[in-house]
Design a protein around this ligand. Structure first.
Ligand SMILES: NC(=O)c1ccc[n+]([C@@H]2O[C@H](COP(=O)([O-])OP(=O)(O)OC[C@H]3O[C@@H](n4cnc5c(N)ncnc54)[C@H](OP(=O)(O)O)[C@@H]3O)[C@@H](O)[C@H]2O)c1
Length: 249
């Protein structure tokens, strides 16, 4: 019997983009597939620290191409990867499949064993957004102390998932790092630029004009570029905002 439908969980997104809302490069040439960000991670250290601190001991949701660009599960977090491919190769054997291949008790047992909130690394493959909803609902039931209210999980990209989440009204809030540079020229031969979706760009444009950033990152030895981090509410009646005090750099 198919699982009963569950209410979509509100998601908090986290993303960094340049002044043109460029978030990544994709290279699908010569049979190989590669995705990467237009800046070197180790040259945006303060932003990476913000990302790590914000998502630590939590659940991160990402598209298959973003997962590929990272190359592994993010440590100390429950990673949920959205893909239609059922044969996605797990990097370390932990990846489990949801849907018909894992029944509810097995899933509950797995989620229980992952110990979200206790620095354990784990990964799950979801085939569609309904599966993600189901997983988040189970997580909330299993670990209410670690996933209290909003946000239950972080959507970390890429552009395709942000577009779908915004369109369906799931994306309630976004931690948005605006890198003060235009980086399309960092593209290598064969790579195509990947931008945030148009509807989200428009909302972010408005927000950065009218709102003050929650953090400013200086260019310097730790950072290749200067940047501003914004905390943007995408849903007007958001009543239970996340406590951002623990996220101060
Ligand atoms: N700057 C940043 O903060 C940031 C953050 C994240 C990612 N990135 C960059 O963004 C790029 C990747 O973004 P992207 O938009 O090309 O790809 P993506 O959103 O990461 O992944 C797209 C893939 O997700 C799966 N998917 C999407 N919607 C689905 C649905 N409804 N049901 C099932 N599966 C679904 C599909 O995988 P299958 O094809 O396997 O079915 C699809 O090909 C990379 O370059 C990465 O480095 C940057």
């Amino acid at each position: 019997m198919p699982p009963s439908p569950v209410e979509p969980m509100p998601l908090c997104g986290i993303v960094a983009a340049d002044l043109d809302f460029l978030i990544g490069f994709g290279d699908e040439s010569s049979g190989g597939v590669g995705y990467r960000m237009p800046w070197a991670n180790d040259r945006m250290k303060d932003d990476m620290a913000f990302f790590r601190r914000t998502t630590a001991n939590s659940c991160v949701i990402m598209g298959r191409k973003t997962f590929e660009s990272i190359g592994n599960f993010l440590p100390g977090r429950l990673n949920i990867i959205l893909s239609k491919q059922r044969e996605l190769a797990p990097p370390d054997g932990l990846l489990k499949q949801t849907g018909e291949r894992m029944n509810e008790p097995e899933l509950q047992e797995y989620i229980h064993s992952t110990n979200v909130g206790q620095s354990k690394t784990a990964g799950l493959l979801a085939e569609n957004w309904d599966e993600i909803n189901r997983l988040l609902q189970l997580l909330g039931e299993e670990r209410p102390e670690n996933l209290p209210g909003f946000p239950p999980a972080y959507l970390i990209g890429g552009a395709e998932l942000f577009a779908e989440a915004q369109k369906s009204g799931r994306l309630h809030r976004l931690y948005f790092t605006r890198i003060q540079a235009q980086l399309s020229e960092n593209r290598r031969a064969g790579e195509k630029p990947i931008y945030l979706p148009e509807a989200l760009k428009q909302r972010l444009e408005e927000a950065v004009k009218s709102e003050r950033p929650m953090q400013h990152l200086e260019q310097g030895p730790r950072n290749l570029y200067s940047a501003d981090i914004y905390d943007i509410k995408l849903v007007e009646d958001l009543t239970d905002p996340a406590d951002t005090s623990k996220m101060a750099l």
